[in-house]
Ligand binder design. Structure first.
Ligand code: COA
Length: 170
């Protein structure tokens, strides 16, 4: 468990199902996320995700928890082959909790955990053009904008540039 100000990051539990659906099934949350985070976010989606997370032995994805309730999620995805020293970071928060500084702090905690726990030299985040709140989160967590990958993303029948932010292992 990693402690933040007024929240913690902890492992996933099967009993997170109701809160997961409540906060994840929101088009404002999934709008700039990968398609594997769908809208609507159904009971089957939640069960599949929770089965996967609770059976894993490598803990690379954590719940953002306030007062014992799930309010969001944050995780890394270690890349493979020649990219294996890099992980991609992803995160989301239930809409009622936006704008309180939670995610900037959660990203900092996750980065510290990831560099300590995994053999990584680089953590990378890809942000949809049009998601300035997420870009600001990464800036506040001391990520550097490395480049803009033109036409890199396709979602809801639209092509977007991807803003690539990185944290290099100190
Ligand atoms: C993006 C998201 C994670 C931000 O979480 P959060 O806890 O509200 O973030 P924080 O409060 O730490 O910081 C948000 C910053 O963005 C700023 N911001 C918010 N909306 C903004 C906008 N439209 N334009 C510019 N800045 C904006 C806030 O003012 C704040 O910066 P400040 O502290 O300097 O004032 C949250 O909105 C979310 O989960 N969105 C849906 C999922 C998502 O997009 N995930 C990221 C995928 S890359």
């Amino acid at each position: 468990m990693l402690n933040g100000s007024g929240f913690c990051l902890r492992e996933w539990k099967l009993s997170d199902e109701a809160s997961l659906i409540k906060h994840a099934s929101n088009p404002n949350v999934s709008r700039f996320l990968a398609d594997r985070f769908p809208y609507p976010y159904t009971t089957d989606d939640a069960k599949g995700w929770l089965d996967y997370q609770t059976q894993k032995t490598v803990i690379d994805n954590l719940v953002i928890d306030i007062d014992g309730e799930l309010v969001g999620g944050i995780g890394i995805d270690c890349r493979q082959d020649i990219f294996r020293k890099t992980a991609l970071i992803g995160y989301w928060l239930g809409e009622p909790f936006w704008g309180r500084g939670i995610m900037a702090e959660a990203v900092k905690l996750m980065v510290e955990y990831a560099f300590e726990k995994f053999d990584l030299v680089r953590i990378q985040a890809g942000v949809f053009d049009g998601n300035p709140a997420s870009m600001r989160v990464l800036e506040k967590a001391a990520f550097i904008k490395e480049c803009i990958s033109k036409n890199a993303l396709f979602k809801h029948n639209k092509i977007y540039d991807e803003h690539v932010f990185v944290m290099i292992k100190p």
